[in-house]
Design a protein around this ligand. Structure first.
Ligand SMILES: [Fe+2]
Ligand SMILES: [Fe+2]
Length: 246
């Protein structure tokens, strides 16, 4: 039994949104996902998909994408990405009813894996309010966007705390924390997300969202303050699911 993660599949079986222009790694990426998941993930394993599943904007525009995910081996747990317009956070319960036995949607709830609770939410990091030039130097600051970003972080932290609360209430003391966005923005060393990860002494923080070589280093990778941070963006991993726990 093993726990795997992979993010940002960006499927478009029903939408005209080829990812090929973003580089060779995206060419026939659906086939790569199928192939590598088929080789590594066993029926008894769990595969967490960390968001940006589909380009479809409504549920009926991504049914083929969700069916594709449902056909991958193992138990599939989905996190919300910023592009997952089909998923209204307040209607997660309905999604879980509709896809019961096929997919589990992780939002304001948790999933059990052995004696671990899998908790998570989309998270939020922003490319601004600072503006950077080509060398990464700050050239400006937008206070209005900073306030807006703080609100979004607060909302996501509430959702994440709710996920931890339910897991704790059910008796779990070991956690793996999933985010779609990186845990910090590129100027931060810590954030409310790294703080809560440390507060609950999570075994790992798993995130994606960063695409392309120049963005892979935007946040923490590897060990930080005793916690393992794993970037699992599909293009970063060549679409091979990453082992999180055995
Ligand atoms: Fe993405
Ligand atoms: Fe994203």
């Amino acid at each position: 039994m093993a726990l795997y993660a992979l993010g940002d599949l960006h499927l478009s079986f029903q939408a005209d949104k080829s990812m090929d222009k973003f580089g060779r790694v995206w060419k026939n990426h659906e086939r790569k996902i199928e192939k590598y998941a088929g080789r590594t993930v066993k029926p008894e394993d769990t595969l967490v998909l960390t968001g940006d599943h589909s380009w479809g904007r409504k549920l009926d525009e991504c049914s083929e994408d969700l069916d594709f995910i449902a056909r991958l081996p193992g138990r599939k747990i989905l996190l919300r990405g910023n592009h997952d317009m089909f998923w209204n956070a307040n209607k997660t319960k309905q999604l879980n009813e509709e896809f019961a036995g096929k997919l589990f949607f992780l939002q304001n709830n948790f999933a059990a894996y052995r004696d671990y609770a899998l908790v998570g939410t989309k998270g939020y990091t922003f490319e601004g309010p600072f503006y950077l030039d080509g060398r990464g130097r700050i050239t400006g600051w937008d206070e209005e966007r900073e306030q807006q970003a703080k609100k979004l972080v607060d909302r996501e932290m509430k959702r994440l705390r709710e996920s931890f609360r339910q897991a704790e209430e059910a008796g779990y003391r070991k956690f793996v924390m999933f985010l779609h966005y990186p845990p910090t923005n590129i100027l931060e060393e810590t954030s409310p997300f790294t703080e809560i990860a440390e507060e609950y002494r999570v075994s790992a923080v798993v995130y994606s969202h960063c695409h392309g070589e120049s963005r892979f280093g935007d946040s923490i990778r590897g060990e930080f303050h005793g916690i393992r941070y794993l970037l699992v963006s599909g293009d970063y991993l060549g679409f091979r699911p990453e082992l999180v726990l055995e």
